[in-house]
Design a protein around this ligand. Sequence first.
Ligand code: NAD
Length: 483
Amino acid sequence: MSNHHVYINGTWHKGNEEKRSIINPSNEQVITEINDASLQQTREAIEAARHAFQYTNWPADPSYRISVLRQLADLLEKDTEKFAYIETINTGKPIRESRLDVSDSVQCLRYYANFLEQRTMTEKKMADGTTSKIIAEPIGVCALIVPWNFPLLLGIWKIAPALAAGNTIVFKPSELTPLSLLELTKLIDSIGLPPGVFNLVPGGGSPVGETLVTHPHVEKISFTGGTKTGRWIYEQCAGSLKRVSLELGGKSPLLVFEDADLDNAVEWAMFASFLNQGEVCVAASRILVHEHLYDSFIDKLIKRLDSLHIGDPLDEKTEMGPLISSSHLEKVETYIQLGLQEGAVLLRGGERIKEQGYYLSPAVFVNIHQDMRIVQEEIFGPVITVQRFNNDKEAIELANDTIYGLAAGIFSRDLERAEQIARKLRAGTIWINSYHTPYVDAPWGGFKQSGIGRELGPQGFTAFTETKHVNISENGKPLGWYQ
Ligand code: NAD
């Protein structure tokens, strides 16, 4: 890989002098070294995006933006294996999951191309005979900041609607996982967008991320990451009322009612909790089971856990790979110790299982109290708590009792009852008898401290627009107030 990793105004640049090692979490080897964007380059990228927005023919007409999105989708689809490989060696996620991330990304680009094609402008006759047009305009320079767990997919969730709406972009990938975004930028470069429409500034929270957040010429921050960082960003944006969308952390419950299909519920719980090693914002990290099913649920879950294929994420059979980094592994282990100190019982897992790589066996805690920190705080790894409940009211209370509200799962054969429960859960996405699937045409986001705003679907497009009302009077006759 070339040592030019910063993309500004349609040109690749060498970043600052310091090199950042990008590690393969499955073997702890250095994949490559990256030169982050400097403070000066970050500012230049913002000015390039501003210039492109104000002085080039971008946002052009919608048909051009539609063709850009479709070209990018085609190029990405053609390179599925390459992107899946890069994502897997950089994040540690099983290769099968990486392929899904690429195909979901392709779908997302096509969805926003179709969305733009089918969009109609609202025009209405007003009571006084004038005509009003309601126009969704681009906001301007948007800084897009993503975490390390789904670098490509979460990047596309922002890039596709931001471009569709006609904004210009300064993109910051996570300092741990910039590789797929570097590769994506090459595809974007090959399409020949006007210089400055898309800029890439790899680097960490400081100085790159903080500069994007605090710079007066950035008009919108679209951030996905931890709630602590999201709070800080929100505070910074308050001063200038900068537009902000926040997709933050979670502590999502999965509720298994007494009439659930037990085998299905166990299989879904495994998937809901341990997909991507549990490093998923919506991971079901709290399993709530009706007391009638509790013992058999635990038995089946433990049996299924023992057959889980943990190993090399490039192996097609692998169901769970390593955690992202040694420091994250340590953080997750600290929570396991904390759980034990709090009096929870560790039924399985929580152990390092390979000499090389940041592997941790999935941990299941029982004997849980709602006020334990392992129940209240996001661990972001393969650690779950399993609690009992007696009735619907108790299940709902336990499910809602954290600061988060990203997602929830409900398992019951009675769909009417499940829908009633869904209405009572304070979370942005509720899956009934399934889990995890994001649908590009349905909104994604959090209640409470899981975020502000929504991605995907029409809402994801609106988040990158300002609404303008143009009122037209045909005859222009004065109202006569001052005569
Ligand atoms: P993080 O908040 O540490 O970092 C996220 C991104 O923000 C990274 O690119 C990081 O470099 C950048 N950043 C850090 N400090 C910054 C600052 N002061 N200013 C600007 N940018 C800054 O989160 P993480 O550890 O990378 O990711 C894990 C978190 O992301 C979890 O809490 C998870 O739940 C959340 N997440 C949420 C969603 C969602 O859709 N709601 C999706 C994926 C991950």
